[in-house]
Design a protein around this ligand. Structure first.
Ligand SMILES: Nc1ncnc2c1ncn2[C@@H]1O[C@H](COP(=O)(O)OP(=O)(O)OP(=O)(O)O)[C@@H](O)[C@H]1O
Length: 708
């Protein structure tokens, strides 16, 4: 059964409810599996699906069942911009989209990086070399184009970026049409997405600038992005609202920490030792922080000492405050001038993160810690009105929190000058440096006015840091940067109880429902591999009377924020998500993560399950392992499980053993077990920058170029 068949199934006209009934035998027939496996394009890129979910939220979640016609009408109301060929009049949102077209574009080997039968989920990720290429199709990734849309998408699309082959095959008209149909603005720029400010050109070096100029200035075709996010709450209680640390918070102290590099300042043990100003201390107290986490103990003095830093610590262990507090302390110490209205703002600090929701969360943290100071934090991200971003900035901006695409757009509009940048923070740094965002970041550091790495302080944080990415990071960091590893680099949080179940793809839905019924109302994130599948599963769960919403890169920003809000407040205790929600999101009371589909890489697995078990709280993660498609993960999974002192099922060990590949850790999916600062692995090799080490650790420094 092809894509069309699958879609035919889901819009079966005889089904009375808006969502079709998925008979088990049909789903199990292999046809659907094929669809998921062979529709990377449609599932990732296509599909108008976002509208459906909205219905689910508003209809199904409340136990209401919409008829097809209702859904179609709602589509019109909700998202006229996507209607042009994208889901007009169809209840499940796929009809208007030409999968064939995409697949044609795709056929030039884009997906071939991944094996037959799996290219499906390629849409989801890196393992499927398709990812990288897909990105390429968006109009010249790596050619200096803005790629502003990147943040729009799942992190997954980028994950593989590092290893995926990039080809421009999809930048042709077909593709343009596709995206144009979504947003009405894709064709001019030869490519992807459709939200005005997020479209990339395929032209040369300065394309990001012209892009930005075009962004919402009226020279683009198609509708403008008009969404203005609601302002954050102003009252102190909301600003400082926080959740309790869990019973395992004190156990953080037992985690081994390794610092590598020259002359690292000693760790601090208490907030008092950091010698922060009174206002900051008061904000820290109001935030409920009484004790430092390990990453904070080590990172805060390093940053206060003015050193560059790459820090790797488990999910949910307080990395955000680890960089925000010392930066704000420096700003206060340096007597920052109160920001005021200016057409060109020159922030002292720029923080970038890969997804909109995450950067917004970081902004809220920055706003919390800078409360009562003259430091003004601003957040800008794609999917919102560009004019709104500009208005926020011109009112004053000391700390700019941004997704990469929107940042480049705003720089192109000359609303942000970079000359005063003293701190550049890459959160989820491994993602920010992979092939998805890496070129954007390189452009950022070579923008006119951006202080050289010697003149600024660059800080990178993540829970995972593959070796390849660590080496790329050398372009951004001073050669004597320090590396802090809290526990095992890339290791899972031990507060998450991990269970791996062997579940074939045709049994997954049944198993999911069984688990969710047992879980009851506890908040649960369900990760799937593709956007299309996110809608499919969310719809299915709603049909099963399980209040569910979804978040993925094809949903409009307003919908994404609404979905997160509904999940946060418990209105919809189940959130079906693609990898767009895998990293960084800090949501209170997420007790369970279910990997309906395992992620393509082990790093992403670690981030996904890290949405639970945060800040010393206990969480549970259940992952469906389908031997047909997930065997490549068996080995790294066994490693991650055993490192986190979890039970390893015998059957998984067997699969891992039978799929053992010597030299696995150096495979194209990256060395997930980079337990150390990568520089150490190259001791004595003059081709790498080993500069941070004492003479006993490494030879004398070499040029930065050696990182290239
Ligand atoms: N010292 C502390 N005391 C109490 N709570 C803290 C402390 N540090 C951080 N937290 C809280 O812990 C939670 C997780 O922090 P944060 O989101 O910074 O984790 P993270 O390490 O960045 O996670 P991820 O790897 O998933 O991005 C947040 O709610 C934060 O407010």
């Amino acid at each position: 059964m092809g894509d069309e068949d699958w879609e035919a199934e889901i819009i079966k006209p005889h089904v009375s409810s808006y969502v079709p009934v998925f008979e088990k035998d049909r789903y199990s027939s292999g046809a659907n599996g094929d669809t998921f496996n062979r529709t990377p394009a449609s599932s990732e890129i296509d599909d108008g699906s976002s509208r459906r979910d909205h219905f689910m939220r508003s209809g199904f979640a409340s136990g209401r069942s919409l008829g097809n016609r209702d859904a179609g009408e709602s589509n019109k109301r909700e998202n006229t911009s996507t209607m042009g060929g994208f889901g007009v009049g169809k209840c499940f949102g796929n009809r208007g989209f030409s999968n064939n077209k995409f697949e044609e574009g795709d056929s030039s080997g884009f997906w071939r990086g991944y094996q037959d039968g799996n290219d499906s989920e390629a849409s989801g990720s890196s393992r499927r070399g398709g990812r990288g290429s897909f990105r390429g199709c968006r109009g010249g990734f790596g050619l200096g184009s803005p790629n502003s849309e990147f943040e729009q998408d799942e992190g997954t699309q980028r994950t593989s970026g590092l290893f995926g082959s990039r080809r421009p095959a999809l930048s042709g008209t077909g593709n343009g049409d596709i995206y144009q149909s979504r947003s009405g603005s894709g064709s001019r720029r030869g490519g992807y997405k459709g939200l005005n400010e997020e479209i990339i050109t395929s032209s040369g070096k300065n394309s990001w600038k012209s892009e930005a100029e075009g962004g919402e200035s009226g020279d683009t075709q198609g509708p403008k992005v008009t969404y203005i996010p609601p302002p954050p709450p102003e009252d102190e209680d909301s600003i400082f609202a926080h959740y309790q640390t869990g019973i395992n918070f004190d156990k953080y102290d037992t985690i081994l920490v390794e610092v590598s590099g020259h002359d690292a300042p000693p760790a601090i043990l208490t907030f008092e030792e950091a010698n922060l100003c009174q206002t900051l201390n008061s904000n820290i107290a109001k935030a409920g922080y009484t004790k430092l986490t390990p990453v904070q103990k080590y990172s805060i003095p390093i940053i206060l000492a003015g050193r560059d830093l790459m820090a790797c610590a488990q999910t949910g262990s307080g990395k955000t405050a680890a960089f925000l507090l010392p930066i704000l302390a420096h700003m206060m110490r340096d007597g920052i001038t109160a920001s005021r209205f200016k057409e060109l703002q020159e922030p002292e600090c720029i923080i970038v993160a890969p997804t909109r929701e995450l950067i917004n969360q970081i902004y809220l943290e920055a706003r919390k810690f800078s409360f009562g100071t003259c430091v003004r934090a601003v957040v800008i991200y794609g999917g919102t009105q560009l004019g709104h971003s500009i208005r926020q900035i011109v009112q004053g901006c000391n700390v700019l929190c941004a997704t990469p695409g929107r940042l480049m757009d705003i720089i192109g509009k000359e609303k942000i000058g970079l000359r005063q940048v003293k701190y550049l923070v890459l959160d989820e740094a491994d993602r920010m440096l992979d092939m998805g965002f890496g070129p954007e970041m390189k452009k950022l550091i070579s923008c006119p006015g951006m202080p050289s790495k010697e003149q600024r302080q660059t800080l990178m944080f993540s829970a995972t840091f593959p070796e390849e990415i660590q080496r790329l990071a050398g372009d951004f960091l001073k050669s004597n940067y320090l590396f802090v590893a809290v526990g095992q680099v890339g290791g899972a949080c031990r507060d998450v109880q991990q269970t791996i179940l062997q579940v074939g793809q045709y049994s997954k839905r049944e198993k999911l429902v069984e688990i969710l019924r047992n879980i009851g109302d506890e908040r649960t994130m369900v990760f799937v591999e593709t956007k299309k599948k996110a809608d499919f599963i969310a719809t299915f769960l709603c049909q099963e009377k399980i209040s569910t919403t979804s978040i993925h890169g094809d949903r409009e920003q307003r919908e994404r924020e609404q979905a997160l809000g509904d999940f946060r407040c418990g209105k919809c205790p189940v959130l079906v998500a693609t990898s767009v929600a895998a990293r960084g999101l800090d949501i209170e009371n997420v007790q369970h993560v279910i990997n309906f589909d395992l992620s393509s890489t082990i790093d992403e697995y670690v981030h996904r399950i890290g949405r639970t078990g945060r800040c010393g709280n206990i969480g549970r993660a259940i992952s469906f392992f389908d031997p047909e498609s997930d065997s490549h993960l068996a080995q790294p999974l066994v490693k991650v499980l055993s490192d986190a002192q979890q039970d390893v099922p015998a059957w998984l060990e067997e699969i891992a053993f039978s799929t053992y590949v010597p030299g696995f850790s150096g495979s194209t999916r990256g060395n997930v077990f980079a337990s150390v600062d990568t520089r150490k692995n190259y001791q004595g090799k003059s081709t790498l920058n080993t500069a941070g080490f004492s003479s006993s650790q490494a030879p004398s420094p070499v040029d930065d170029e050696s990182w290239d």
